[in-house]
Design a binder for this molecule. Sequence first.
Ligand SMILES: [Cu+2]
Length: 180
Amino acid sequence: MRLVTSLAVAVVALGAVAAQPAAADSAYEAFGARGRAQDAKRTVDIVMRDNSYQPQRIQVRAGETVRFRVRNAGELLHEFNIGTAAMHRQHQREMQAMFDSGMMSATSKDAMAGMDHSRMAGMNHGAATMGHDDPNAVLVNPGQTGEMVFKFTRAAELEFACNIPGHYESGMVGNVVFTR
Ligand SMILES: [Cu+2]
């Protein structure tokens, strides 16, 4: 009975989050788009640790499609997300809600994978809306490697960052530098 109650609370919490930020979730369109693998002429390797990135700075060109190979060498769940500082702030609030609801844990992006999904139709919808799968972000479980192909259409002031609660503040942020 306790479980049912906490799930109901989680569904309500997620509904509230999913309802507002549709605009923020497509904010990346101001500077980029999902890339096609065949257009990527180079691969950038990123290593994530608890809580830092290697390298801390990447260089790209406007118009370039880059494949990012993102390895999580830490023991915690991490994200590689490209956006403006304002987008990261917004995303941090969404992530906090997903943690509060139990959908994600410190070590797994799918903490509820083993549970009864029939009861959580609304939550699955919420997850899709909030995008584990955004073109500008990849979430990687500890010990795993994720991939993302992104096209930088326009130069902008961008950071790559991890928006898991507490990680950005503890230094999980780097700069995207546009070169000519
Ligand atoms: Cu992180």
